[in-house]
Write a protein that binds this ligand. Structure first.
Ligand SMILES: [Cu+2]
Length: 408
């Protein structure tokens, strides 16, 4: 009895319930008011819970307003694409290549996309147009949410190394937010109000009703109805698969066959001198010449790096792709350059070449170029002058930290 009184007092103190209600609560005698579904104490009048200040929107409209908001985002994307000042089509391959240095698994995918830039640029432009129309009008809403999510998952994977890098990364990027929005739209059943889907469904339903009314056989109604849980499971599995495809692409697509597989070169050795210096016009470090031509055969390249020494603590610094796996650093053969000073690199992914160039030094190396063609070289050291040194200029700027070796 004592305990009962204590419990009663405690409930009163914490919940400020009416004593009659507490009596019922403690004794366990409760009834459910069939009208309001409110649990009421034995015989006591139903007292509605205090109103929480909530939203006056109904859930269906709120979900479809989110859909329209996402449609506006895609419409803005489309405007960015078609705005001639952005030179979307002409700059597409350069933009794709800008992901090469930071793509997980190597630059193969970025090079592939850049090599087929017309196809990829048009695909992305058309997809952007579709997403804007589909989400704004609520036309094929569910398909748009699924394909949008799969697209974002692939981009998330293929741009992973560019977004999630340490040090340098500042936030998780746009794709997790896109995925979240599509997930909410799928779970919330977007397209059930303010949408073309609803309009089309109503037209089909009324046509069917008319046919039944005149006694004609109505077309079979769709019996293939997915429960929200199944739908969401498909959404999650599809998104994860797309993420896997994205990661697969960056690791599977090879940058190019190694040149070493060709015939050993014969004939004279060719010499190329490169200089790294600061361009007084903009303060950017610059390789010059950035584009040069050499004949097929053995080439000795010397880099005079006049830039300041720069520490690159996470430097992957082994020398690769030279005839002896070494470079001459100020005359000393070396196979692994300390990260305490690596101002720039000279990488040609297509032939597996990686040369590390410390500031205020002279580096020399020898390669065999066994095939005619164009080789793109990059500096992979974080020498950008913007907030993120991995992807700001002059990183990936042709004529500064990337260029073409034409082998004839
Ligand atoms: Cu550089």
């Amino acid at each position: 009895m004592k305990l009962r009184r204590w419990v009663r007092g405690a409930i009163l103190r914490t919940n400020r319930m009416a004593p009659a209600d507490v009596g019922a609560a403690v004794s366990g005698k409760t009834t459910v008011d069939p009208q309001s579904n409110l649990m009421t104490a034995a015989g006591a009048p139903a007292t509605p819970p205090p109103e929480k200040p909530g939203s006056s929107w109904n859930g269906r409209n709120a979900i479809d307003l989110l859909r329209i908001g996402a449609g506006i985002v895609w419409l803005l994307n489309l405007i960015f694409i078609v705005n001639p000042q952005n030179q979307f089509w002409s700059k597409f391959s350069t933009t794709a290549l800008s992901y090469a240095p930071t793509t997980l698994g190597g630059p193969g995918l970025a090079q592939y996309v850049a090599a087929h830039s017309t196809f990829f640029a048009w695909s992305i432009a058309l997809f952007t147009g579709y997403m804007a129309v589909a989400l704004l009008l609520g036309f094929t809403t569910r398909i748009a949410c699924f394909t949008g999510s799969f697209f974002s998952a692939v981009l998330l994977a293929t741009q992973f190394g560019t977004t999630y890098l340490f040090p340098g990364g500042t936030d998780v990027g746009a794709h997790p937010l896109y995925l979240l929005v599509y997930g909410v739209l799928v779970v919330g059943g977007a397209g059930r109000s303010l949408s073309a889907d609803l309009w089309l469904r109503n037209i089909l339903a009324s046509r069917r009703a008319r046919q039944i009314a005149v006694g004609r056989p109505a077309p079979h109604p769709s019996t293939f109805v997915l429960t929200p849980r199944t739908l969401f499971a498909y959404f999650v599995v599809g998104t994860l698969l797309s993420l896997g495809v994205g990661f697969g692409l960056v690791f599977v697509l090879p940058s190019a066959p190694a040149a070493a597989s060709g015939t050993p070169p014969v004939g004279p050795v060719h010499f190329v001198n490169l200089t790294v210096a600061i361009d007084p016009a903009n303060g950017w470090p610059q390789y010059s010449p950035a584009n040069f031509t050499v004949p097929v055969g053995r080439v000795v390249i010397t880099i005079f790096d006049n830039d300041m020494p720069v520490s690159w603590s996470s430097c992957p610094c082994p020398v690769r792709g030279t005839i002896d796996g070494l470079e001459l650093l100020n005359g000393t053969p070396i196979g692994n350059v300390p990260g305490t000073n690596v101002a720039h690199t000279f990488n040609i992914p297509a032939i597996g070449l990686q040369i590390l160039s410390p500031g205020q030094s002279v580096v020399q190396f020898t390669v065999d170029l066994t095939r005619a063609g164009e080789l793109i070289w990059y500096c992979f050291a974080p020498c950008g002058t913007g907030p993120n040194p991995y992807n700001s200029a002059p990183m990936n700027v042709p004529g500064y930290m990337t260029g073409t070796v034409t082998v004839t």
